[in-house]
Design a protein around this ligand. Structure first.
Ligand code: IMP
Ligand code: MG
Length: 336
């Protein structure tokens, strides 16, 4: 458990925010560190009767003892960061790596007007693709050049590795998901960099030999925003009939939906080197399990579904999401 990487199993929006907030409350990590591309991700957390949609601050903020960090590989939009620091009241315990790249207005403009990015790829318009383009050109500004960020700057890799040396738990929060990876996803309908568990480690400056667990978060059905393949895609009407309709946390766009796909689950486990699966939104597909936190609620069809996932992927389902709240979880880790 000391260093756990949490990553998206399909095309994002699997419920990583919710799983991460649960782990932050339960596993007492010293640090939760955000990895991934940047503000194109929106992690939704429901905690103490409030809903948060966070694009910069790690979902671990729900535990007031946790130090929150943003890794060097993550693009920072200072406007979004400051808004969320206030919203979550975490100014005192958040750190940004010196070397985080900075999203500027020109990147947002390009991302939301460029015919290729916005029109063809269906980008979120948050500026991340154009900012990563400038990073590859080595012309992007870094966090250490921005006066307003000075109080928050830190060496994230150093902090994490020190804390691991002291025997603490640290959780790395991936964003996006494996099938949106620039290298391994459905190119060109992908995001602007790799999103695998290995990339998450690289984002935050932790070497592969330090990883103890890779938890891949999979939703009980598939969704996708933007363009690109979605095997078994349902019509809007059928999606609604099943109660699977969702809207994007960043863009508000209607998400396309399809039933769970075992072949994709296998691929996702392989590319991430998963040691555990967190299965979310099981209550949407099997309402009888809603809000339960007891493993006795896993019966009949639900048990069969979980068995089939474990049989095809050869990885245990250890966490089950049964509702939107941070504590709507059946935790099977002690039983497996
Ligand atoms: P970009 O990352 O904004 O350039 O968008 C590229 C593609 O990735 C689009 O299809 C987006 O909808 C998708 N995408 C990027 N980030 C996320 C995410 O966090 N969740 C879901 N889809 C995402
Ligand atoms: Mg999201």
């Amino acid at each position: 458990m000391p260093f756990t990487v949490v990553c998206g199993g399909f095309w994002g929006d699997e419920g990583k925010g919710k799983v991460l907030s649960y782990l932050a409350l339960k596993d007492d990590p010293s640090i939760v560190v955000r990895a991934g591309v940047g503000t194109n991700a929106g992690h939704t957390i429901e905690f103490e009767n409030r809903e948060y949609k966070l694009r910069m601050i790690p979902s671990g903020f729900v535990n007031p003892k946790v130090r929150m960090l943003i890794g060097a590989g993550v693009l920072v939009d200072p406007n979004v960061l400051f808004k969320e620091l206030k919203e979550t009241n975490t100014l005192e315990r958040t750190g940004v790596d010196y070397q985080c790249g900075i999203i500027e207005q020109k990147h947002i403009e390009m991302d939301s007007t460029n015919a290729h990015l916005k029109g063809k790829i269906g980008s979120t318009g948050s500026g991340t693709g154009p900012a990563n383009m400038d990073r590859a050109m080595r012309s992007l500004k870094l966090a250490k050049e921005i006066p307003e960020l000075q109080p928050y700057l830190t060496d994230v890799s150093f902090e994490i590795n020190e804390s691991l040396d002291q025997g603490n738990n640290v959780i790395a929060e991936g964003s996006q998901a494996i099938l949106l990876s620039l290298f391994h996803g459905s190119y060109p309908y992908v995001t602007s960099k790799d999103t695998s568990a290995a990339a998450i480690c690289s984002d935050v400056g932790v070497g592969p030999t330090r990883v103890d667990d890779v938890m891949v978060v999979m939703k009980a059905f598939l969704t996708r925003v933007g363009t690109g393949e979605l095997p078994g895609e349902l019509s809007e009407e059928e999606t609604k009939k099943r109660g699977w309709t969702e809207y994007g946390a960043v863009t508000g766009r209607l998400r396309r939906a399809a039933p769970f796909n075992y072949e994709l689950a296998k691929k996702s486990v392989r590319l991430n080197g998963a040691t555990q699966i967190a299965l979310t939104k099981l209550d949407i597909v099997f309402p009888e399990i809603a809000k339960s936190s007891n493993s006795d609620a896993i019966k009949a069809e639900v048990a069969e579904f979980i068995d089939q996932i474990e049989e095809t992927t050869k990885v245990k389902v250890t966490i089950i999401g049964t509702g939107p709240g941070a504590e709507d979880i059946i935790d099977l880790r002690e039983l497996t």
